[in-house]
Design a protein. Structure first.
Length: 156
């Protein structure tokens, strides 16, 4: 799995809306300016998030985007799947080739590993919600279990 800017920016946008849940709608351009992200890119991401019911939009002078549901009911998986249009690209499923090694009639010993990995990734992403990410990094690390596995703190 590769985290692209679609997923990263999608999470940044959704998290920004979660932080200001009680402040009303925010336009895509305002959100982009506040997060210093490309406005056209943010608009495309917000459209994807809206289509997936992660955010909702209102028109008019005071319109913009808000989360479609409370931050504790929006998982990281919801946001990434909407932003990326999936969470894990299982190439042999999404891009089948006509070669003998990938044909449906062949028994592929690799595919089950990829499918297991996809499920594990989705389980982790489904278990973390935007509300969890509103805390400080040390609290988030504890909530998602990173302290137990001893992963290092990344320095910015």
């Amino acid at each position: 799995m590769r985290i692209t800017t679609w997923a990263e920016y999608g999470l940044i946008c959704a998290l920004h809306l979660a932080k200001r849940a009680d402040e009303g709608p925010l336009t895509g351009r305002e959100l982009a300016a506040r997060e210093r992200l490309p406005a056209d890119y943010v608009e495309q991401i917000l459209l994807r998030l809206r289509r997936a019911d992660v955010v909702r939009s209102t028109r008019g002078a005071h319109g913009g985007y808000v989360l479609a549901r409370p931050a504790d009911r929006v998982s990281v998986r919801d946001v990434i799947a909407a932003s990326e249009l999936g969470t894990f690209d299982l190439h042999c499923v999404t891009h089948p080739v006509e070669e003998e090694r990938c044909s449906a009639s062949q028994h592929c010993s690799i595919r089950p590993v990829w499918m297991l990995l996809q499920q594990k990734i989705d389980d982790v992403l489904e278990g973390v919600h935007l509300a969890d990410l509103l805390a400080e990094e040390s609290v988030v690390r504890e909530r998602v279990g990173l302290e137990r596995v001893g992963l290092p703190v990344l320095q910015a």
